[in-house]
Design a protein around this ligand. Sequence first.
Ligand SMILES: [Cu+2]
Length: 180
Amino acid sequence: MAYNCRFFHLVVLILLVSVHKEALATKHVVGGSNGWDESTDFDTWSSSQTFKVGDQIEFKYTSGLHSVVELPSESAYKSCNIGSPLDSLNGGSNTVKLDKAGTRYFTCGTSGHCEQGMKVKITTVGADASSSSTTSPSSPADASSATTATASASSSKAQFLSFFTLIGSLVLAVVQFNVW
Ligand SMILES: [Cu+2]
């Protein structure tokens, strides 16, 4: 009985810790309920989302009909040049982790689909969403690079803090387990 109680507490704590971890990162299904398909308006979809460092994007599509190709540049994205992809994925469901700030370009590898609009640009911001001041086009070069440095510093600080919160939760779980 004592063992069951202890076990139950551990399970509850592990669940709490994993829920907490989930809350830190979001998984965005590309195209929403329409998914990765040439009929989806990806510009509208992506502008409705906030992509943060640590988030994931998931491509869901009919295997064999579509694929996922990551393009190396804005120009390749604009001209639908899939000749030198960074990555090619297939199988109907692919998850991509947004591990750093910046813009990434994805399209479909099926002939003609990129030209039909089956492409999406994902701009990831630092984990601290309040650092939207990074895009100030009229500021001089010195000021804008300083802003970028501050933004990335505060985002790594936020990641550092959430890491410690997670470790703290785990330590708490272990302590609870031993005491009960
Ligand atoms: Cu396609």
